[in-house]
Design a protein around this ligand. Structure first.
Ligand code: HEM
Length: 475
């Protein structure tokens, strides 16, 4: 744990006070169990910079594109959280450390070197080489769907996203290797994202932290097996994993074994996890907005005429792109993100010390009405006329560390959605409640049971219950 300078600076910033006796515990628990409500109400009550103190850990929440810009454009001064920075005693070696030594959790020159080495493989032109595999796995996934089937759209889309991510990142079989590693990863992540895991970080049988260490061992075993399989199959440089293995073989000091395991894990999950959410939320939102769905289908007819998408045709779908962006605006894959200040700094006229934790929230900024008029409504058409800067609309984050997989992710989404929407429409199974959950993302707690209908056959949406109505206005 690096030394953190505590200071009185920043006390002039408005913010809640600790509760008598219990201190910050009630606020922390509220945040852990209802993060979206907590973030929204803190902005409403205190404004765009909110101080929250955690004893010797000074912390602020910021809800303003200008502050997002100030923090995110300067990664040398504001570090992403890595295991050495968070106030939890993780073992110094072992599976948890290996699995998390990936790009999103690295900082400094080593992060920059790895990012610039891998960046060319994520270039828009380069990723079109995965176009055919995206078409193939989507066709494979939907081949078993039948009109009238009830399916859990969440589970189906999470699986499809794992398949879509397998060729670019691992270059292996989507069902055999892709799914195996994805399923194990989700088991591990479920424990990490449990609010109690990091609150009680003790390796004692019965506690979730102990379970996390066990799951991480299993996860590392699976990733090592995938790396071994890749070496056996031969390195063709066509997927990120073989590029990274070659990089390590050429210069082992440049990329350690731990980093190879970490990059493989975070890169694979970093891709399929947000993609899965974007797929099911976009389909769900379209299913509740028949006029918007009709515009998307007309556009698909005009551009593709029932044919398989091509790299060229997916670039000519402003309505579909608008629907995807609206899905990501309302349901950003990361509802908040954090940085740690590595120097004293100034924010909105307030001086803050080195060691301040900073939390930014795309979820909140995406709902500021002065930036996004009528922010709770799903309006794909806004993207035909409104312009939003990278620090206002940030589902892929922004600044020098914005998501490296942006072009790949958008391509995968457009291919998969254009294929399956040309074939089928969907409607929520009557009587379903849609309650959302998640510490840092928004997922339907009980899945998303949807009935598969004939393409374009869009029954008028019937009313349904659930806390999703706090996130989107469906009127
Ligand atoms: C819909 C698709 C995607 C979304 C919404 C998304 C979102 C994000 C976000 C928000 C971040 C920044 C996290 C933070 O700093 O707090 C990020 C970083 C990252 N993403 Fe993505 N992502 C997507 C697809 C992908 C894909 C397909 C890959 C790779 C196969 C990928 C790999 C990464 C990596 C390696 C980083 C870390 C970049 C760095 O720290 O320099 N992502 N992504």
């Amino acid at each position: 744990m690096s030394a953190i300078t505590s200071s009185d600076r920043g006390r002039d910033i408005p913010g809640p006070s600790p509760a008598p006796l219990l201190g910050w515990l009630p606020a922390l628990l509220r945040f852990a169990f209802r993060p979206l409500d907590s973030l929204m109400s803190l902005r409403e009550r205190y404004g765009s910079v909110v101080r929250i103190g955690f004893g010797k850990y000074p912390a602020v929440l910021v809800f303003d594109p200008e502050y997002n810009r100030q923090i995110l454009r300067d990664p040398a001064s504001f570090y992403a959280y890595d295991l050495d920075l968070v106030p939890v005693d993780f073992p110094k070696e072992g599976a948890v450390r290996n699995l998390t030594t990936g790009m999103p959790l690295m900082n400094g020159p080593r992060h920059d070197d790895h990012r610039s080495a891998l960046l060319p493989y994520f270039h828009r032109k380069f990723v079109t080489r995965y176009h055919d595999s995206c078409v193939e796995v989507t066709e494979r996934k939907i081949a078993s769907w039948r009109i009238g089937n009830v399916m859990n759209l969440r589970a189906e889309m999470e699986r499809l996203a794992m398949w879509l991510g397998t060729a670019p990142v691992l270059g292996l079989d989507p069902e055999k290797e892709g799914e195996a590693i994805g399923i194990q990863l989700e088991r591990t992540m479920k424990i990490i994202m449990h609010p109690l895991t990091l609150m009680f970080p003790y390796d004692v049988p019965g506690l979730p932290f102990h379970k996390l260490l066990k799951q991480a061992d299993e996860m590392e075993r699976v990733v090592r097996m995938v790396i071994a399989r890749k070496k056996e199959e031969g390195l063709n440089g066509k997927d990120i994993l073989s590029v990274m293995i070659q990089m390590r073989e050429t210069d082992p000091d440049r990329l350690s074994e731990s980093e190879l395991i970490g990059h493989t894990t975070t890169m694979f999950r970093g891709g399929y996890n947000p993609n899965g959410m974007a797929l099911y939320w976009t389909i769900f939102l379209l299913s509740r907005h028949p006029e918007a769905l009709k515009m998307v289908l007309d556009e698909l007819d005009q551009t593709m005429g029932g044919k398989t998408p091509t790299p060229d045709s997916i670039e000519k779908l402003p309505w579909l792109e608008g629907a995807i962006k609206e899905g990501m605006r309302l349901f950003p894959a990361g509802t908040w993100t954090g940085r740690l200040a590595m120097r004293d700094f100034e924010l909105g006229g307030h001086r803050l010390p080195k060691g301040t934790w900073i939390v930014m929230s795309p979820y909140v900024v995406h709902r500021i009405p002065e930036i996004f008029p009528d922010p709770y409504r799903f309006k794909p058409e806004r993207w035909l006329s409104e312009y939003h800067s990278a620090y206002e609309f940030m589902p892929f984050s922004a600044g020098p560390r914005y998501c490296i997989g942006t072009s790949l992710g958008m391509m995968q989404l457009k291919i998969a959605l254009s294929l399956l929407l040309q074939r089928y429409s969907f409607t929520l199974k009557p009587g379903t409640r849609v309650d959302c959950t998640g510490l840092n993302s928004i997922r339907p707690k009980h899945g998303l049971p949807m009935i598969v209908t004939e393409r374009g056959e869009i029954p008028s949406p019937v009313k349904f219950e659930g806390n999703i109505h706090k996130i989107v206005n469906f009127v």
